[in-house]
Design a binder for this molecule. Structure first.
Ligand SMILES: [Zn+2]
Length: 412
């Protein structure tokens, strides 16, 4: 237990402390390497538990009076991620991130920063990325060395590329360097939460055609990482909120309970144990989904997704949120709506309203085959008919005319 004592006596500041721990762990690993085999395994275990000690504890995090949050819209103007029919992922990421930032910054409890907005990178980060390339590289190499040593002696179980030596490569791309830079910067500034915002796609989708998958996924660090527990607990709160209104991904390997998937390799969530803070990578859906493509619905959809993320964070920190709070509601319906109409905020709000009232998605369907999307198709038609029957509106033909609108506008 001398290790535990040693760690306790290290300086308080987290980054200085972590640096010392890292150098210490490397030394210990080299030393243990020379010992007989049976003693070796035992000591390695103890060493690993020090490097992989929880960097952030869910219970303590929830009690923090001031929570530091960094929002990172994925990609940038140089490398914009995926694209569909002229809509670039980087732009969607920024738009949603800006809404989320606006929601969070009004709360005293949260100290929130945005890495990039529609005008570009924040100048402070840009200086940091460009001025710290060597330091970021060194930071990464130190973490890689420890992980690879612990993997080689069988203490940690990580899949390739961690176990095949690629971890020792001598160069990192600019994109990877920036992402590790975000982790290093976040550790140095004692961030509590780092949220990466993305929209999904998959390899092999025919160009300019809608793909076959849809839905959202929240990636969290694999359970061996230091930030795993707290990350998972926040992810659960956010995914519960988003999942009430938007389907989880139906891509086979992303089909997990609550749309949460563990990942070992994403830099964003802290690969090589490089991130102390909670690290989440949220894929809000597939870029080609009609609700993101429609110019009439995109804004309200992104605002609603940002607001549900915000409510999920608030709930996690035991801040009060109305249980059925929906950004787009209450709404006033001034125009008739019917089957076949699309790309409309009125329809999006109608679907949300019917969802709240228990009519949408209709019986025998779910949010994956009947998404809340702003498109008035057969799902909405069935739901409106049910609503009309329940409210004695005749004929219950699914047309949202004056009588139905009056009822919609009346119920709060
Ligand atoms: Zn992306």
């Amino acid at each position: 237990m001398f290790l535990a004592k040693f760690i306790k006596n290290l300086p308080r500041r987290q980054t200085g402390r972590k640096k010392l721990i890292i150098s210490f762990v490397i030394l210990i690993c080299l030393f243990i390497y020379l010992l007989p085999k049976d003693i070796k395994i035992n000591l390695y275990h103890q060493t690993a538990s020090v490097f992989f000690v929880d960097s952030i504890d869910p219970a303590k995090l929830k009690e923090k009076p001031l929570v530091k949050i960094l929002i990172v819209p994925g990609h940038d103007n140089e490398y914009w991620g995926t694209e569909h029919k002229g809509v670039k992922e980087a732009d969607l990421n920024v738009e949603l991130a800006e809404y989320l930032y606006d929601f969070l910054k009004n709360e005293e409890r949260f100290d929130v920063s945005l890495l990039r907005d529609s005008k570009g990178y924040d100048a402070e980060y840009l200086d940091y990325f460009n001025g710290s390339r060597q330091a970021i590289f060194g930071f990464l190499q130190r973490h890689k060395k420890i992980m690879n040593t612990l993997i080689q002696v069988g203490i940690l179980s990580f899949e390739e590329p961690f176990s095949n030596g690629i971890g020792y490569s001598q160069s990192v791309s600019k994109v990877a360097s920036n992402l590790y830079g975000i982790n290093k910067w976040s550790n140095e500034h004692e961030m509590d939460i780092v949220l990466h915002i993305h929209f999904n796609d998959y390899y092999g989708r025919p160009h300019d055609k809608e793909g076959k998958y849809s839905g959202l996924t929240i990636y969290v660090p694999e359970k061996q990482y230091s930030n795993a527990k707290a990350s998972r607990s926040l992810a659960e709160s956010i995914s519960e909120n988003l999942g009430r209104l938007f389907a989880y991904s139906n891509l086979p390997f992303e089909e997990d309970d609550q749309g949460i998937v563990e990942n070992q390799e994403f830099i964003a969530t802290g690969s090589y144990n490089t991130l102390d803070a909670v690290g989440l990578l949220i894929e809000y859906g597939y870029i080609y989904e009609p609700k993101f493509m429609g110019s009439g619905t995109r804004k309200i959809v992104l605002q609603e997704m940002a607001s549900q993320t915000y409510f999920g964070i608030k709930k996690y920190f035991n801040e009060i949120v109305e249980d059925d709070e929906i950004f787009v509601l209450p709404h006033r319906w001034d125009y008739d709506l019917k089957y076949g109409m699309q790309n409309s905020v009125d329809i999006f709000a109608l679907q949300m309203f019917l969802n709240q009232q228990g009519f949408y998605p209709p019986k025998w369907s779910n949010l994956s085959n009947c998404p809340i999307s702003g498109y008035f198709g057969s799902c909405t038609l069935k739901s409106v008919k049910e609503f009309q029957k329940n409210n004695n509106i005749e004929p219950a033909n699914g047309l949202v005319g004056p009588l139905t609108r009056e009822k919609l506008n009346e119920i709060k």
